[in-house]
Design a protein around this ligand. Sequence first.
Ligand SMILES: Nc1ncnc2c1ncn2[C@@H]1O[C@H](COP(=O)(O)OP(=O)(O)OP(=O)(O)O)[C@@H](O)[C@H]1O
Length: 275
Amino acid sequence: MLHVENVTKIFGQTRAVDAASFSVGEPAMIGIIGRSGAGKSTFLRMMNRLTDASSGRIVFDGTDVLALKGGDKRAWQSQCAMIFQQFNLVPRMDVVSNVLHGLLNRRGTLPTLFNMWPKADIRRAIEILDRLGIAEQAGKRAEALSGGQQQRVAIARALMQDPRVILADEPIASLDPMNAQVVMDALRRIQQEDGRTVIANLHTLDTARRYCDRVIGMRDGRIVFDGVPAQLTLAAAREIYGAGAAFREQATSTAMDVPEDAPKDEAYAASLLAD
Ligand SMILES: Nc1ncnc2c1ncn2[C@@H]1O[C@H](COP(=O)(O)OP(=O)(O)OP(=O)(O)O)[C@@H](O)[C@H]1O
């Protein structure tokens, strides 16, 4: 289904992503973890063609999506929806119109500008909101919603595209733990019920362990771990986060307690690993 082959992105002197390779055989929930600057966002942005790769191939169902141009590229972007940490909704626009904007690629800008949507599309948008438990918010301005609700609107907008793949770039980094759970539960449910692939950049090891079928660990642009959550041992976490020998398993728990005199590396890793 998906083959990532030696994908590399170079910014000046920086190899933001360095010969990343992995394959996905069937729809799954995949978490990408790693410290800040590891290359996680750059990888997702190459995958849905927001950024061009320097070299490599990303082959989805036999097509190298990195080579697509024009309408074919836009069609892929519609198959490969993206969700961002800051939701990227139009704040003053109502929720249902924000969701309908997921069809922008397909419907063109003119009808969108005048908010002229076929009834069937509006009905579908409300059904999707209902599925995510926020149909009653449909008429409100997006800015009036909580962060967790806004992220669910962003997921609804992505689903409006009926994508094969959902890319989520730190989808819960701006949310409190309760809203984070609601959003991760929604992504997991969509992945399982619809058979879509979800690839999510995640800040915390706990979340990756809890929700993902497979975890990919990046460090300095390279994939240094690729396995199931059970294989994510303390040694693997050290390798991914670059934490020193003092890094302890407790640091991967939500209920962590880092001593004041802990080495800097450990405190840093702990802050990354906290939910
Ligand atoms: N547009 C750009 N121009 C130059 N360098 C960039 C650009 N985008 C990213 N980089 C660099 O590429 C590397 C990887 O960045 P990236 O944002 O992909 O990491 P990340 O793992 O997503 O980090 P974070 O969790 O902080 O978002 C970093 O060294 C970053 O400074």
